[in-house]
Write a protein that binds this ligand. Structure first.
Ligand code: PHE
Length: 443
């Protein structure tokens, strides 16, 4: 069933039993929403770029989405058994080649090229995931990094040089909650090659730079917000730093913003793992990096309620952002076009059970079925007409040990009213496909 070779983004690849890239994903490679003029993802990218000026930061907006597992995982010090490597979460072209799952896949190569003190990488990234209004298997991230070179700062005093650079940054008037120690031996350790003073200075530069970015984004979000009164533009924006973990940074931080009543995680960041610099042939560099999801930010900047809209070619969507690239003051909240009716359909099934040769008993083969596999069937068959999928029941038979699952699928087009007949046709095909691919027994 797997073709021997596939073409992705104009390049040919040999496949093997690891291959799991569906054609629906393959055909979306190359849309490059982050480069489409007046597309909200592209506008969001430009707003963030404005906070990280050239030539200190060099922009890379055209890096190819197919990377090696070395680039995506090994070069970033991911453990061999890290769950991110699993075929249920990641699209594999073949055993050694994936669609990048994050823009961090380009860190090591960009350090190696050593062209600038800092960089921003904006790109499409790919992850197998659930279906709902804020998840889509392709989305966009921006990676940012800032480096200092021990051999280039006077006396090799990195901490002093970094604090001097911090003094040159603008200030902001947000309320920042940061109760965390600069590092913590167990939770968020200082790296052995760094002095406490160096690590603290780099963390401080990272935090101030990213706070400025958030200040810029949210001042625009509030200016365009339809319920500016509810958000109260008079009140200072509240943000907080939270300790985090990434294999490629330490200490690591997440930044959260208090937005319309909830703490919202907006980015991951940290002091770059020194091994990445060493392995990239630039052992004298040190610095920080961050990664931010652009859809998330665009959704709240423009009040876009459904992530599928970004992929729409409908003028009722795209037309609303015309001219914003050239004049950011034209930015306004998205006005949803009429909402079409939802059509809910349930599917319930028993997972295949196989007799285990050794015990003679019955063992449920749940490894055969992963929720993300069903999401893919839905996307293959019904494309963007699936709005969300929820697991509504799970049951294990007390005697046989067999497991039964039930999912509720919401079929709803963004662009037109779906007839019950059409939804039924999709749903019947989904049921058939579940049986064919996973041998489930429909209930
Ligand atoms: N790549 C991380 C993610 O996708 C984000 C990140 C980037 C964290 C850079 C730290 C430094 O979740």
């Amino acid at each position: 069933k797997i073709p021997a070779t596939v073409e992705i983004g104009g390049k040919k690849y040999q496949t093997d039993e690891w291959h799991n890239v569906p054609s629906t994903i393959n055909t979306a490679v190359g849309r490059q929403l982050h480069l489409q003029k007046d597309h909200p993802i592209s506008i969001t990218r430009q707003i963030i770029e404005s906070v990280f000026p050239a030539p200190t930061y060099k922009y890379h907006n055209n890096l190819f989405p197919v990377v090696t597992t070395h680039q995506n995982f090994d070069s970033l010090e991911f453990a061999q058994d890290h769950p991110g490597r699993s075929r249920t979460d990641t699209y594999y072209v073949n055993k050694d080649t994936v669609l990048r799952t994050h823009t961090s896949a380009h860190q090591a190569d960009t350090f190696r090229r050593n062209e600038s003190e800092g960089f921003l990488v904006s790109a499409d990234v790919y992850r197998r995931d659930a279906i709902d209004r804020s998840h889509y298997p392709i989305f966009h991230q921006m990676e940012g990094a800032r480096m200092w070179d021990r051999t280039k700062v006077p006396g090799g005093d990195i901490a002093k040089a970094v604090w001097e650079d911090i003094a040159k940054l603008p200030t902001h008037d947000m309320k920042v909650e940061d109760p965390n120690p600069p590092h913590h031996a167990e939770r968020n350790p200082l790296q052995a090659p760094h002095s406490a003073a160096e690590s603290e200075a780099i963390s401080a530069h990272l935090k101030r730079s990213l706070e400025l970015m958030v200040a810029e984004i949210f001042s625009r979000a509030r200016a365009s917000s339809g319920n500016a009164d509810a958000v109260s533009t008079a009140e200072p924006l509240r943000i907080r730093w939270v300790e985090a973990f990434f294999p490629f940074t330490s200490p690591s931080w997440e930044l959260e913003v208090f937005w319309q009543g909830d703490w919202l995680e907006v980015l991951g960041s940290g002091v770059i793992n020194q091994k990445i610099f060493t392995n990239s042939g630039v052992p004298d560099q040190l610095g920080w990096a961050f990664g931010i999801g652009l859809e998330r930010i665009a959704m709240l900047l423009f009040e876009i309620p459904d992530i599928r809209l970004f992929w729409s070619r409908d003028e009722r969507f795209l037309g609303q952002f015309k001219g914003v690239t050239d004049d950011l003051t034209l930015m306004k909240r998205f006005v949803p076009f009429s909402k079409h009716p939802a059509c809910y359909k349930d599917v319930a099934f028993w997972l295949r059970s196989t007799s285990s040769a050794a015990g003679g008993g019955t063992k449920m083969n749940s490894q055969d079925f992963h929720e993300n596999d069903m999401m893919e069937i839905l996307r293959d068959i019904a494309g963007d007409t699936v709005e969300d999928v929820k697991a509504i029941d799970e049951f294990t038979h007390p005697k046989t040990g067999r497991k039964s699952l039930c999912y509720r699928i919401n079929y709803r087009s963004l662009e037109r009213t779906l007839t019950n007949d059409e939804a039924n046709k999709y749903h019947d095909r989904v049921r058939k496909e579940l049986v064919e691919r996973f041998g489930v027994e429909l209930r």
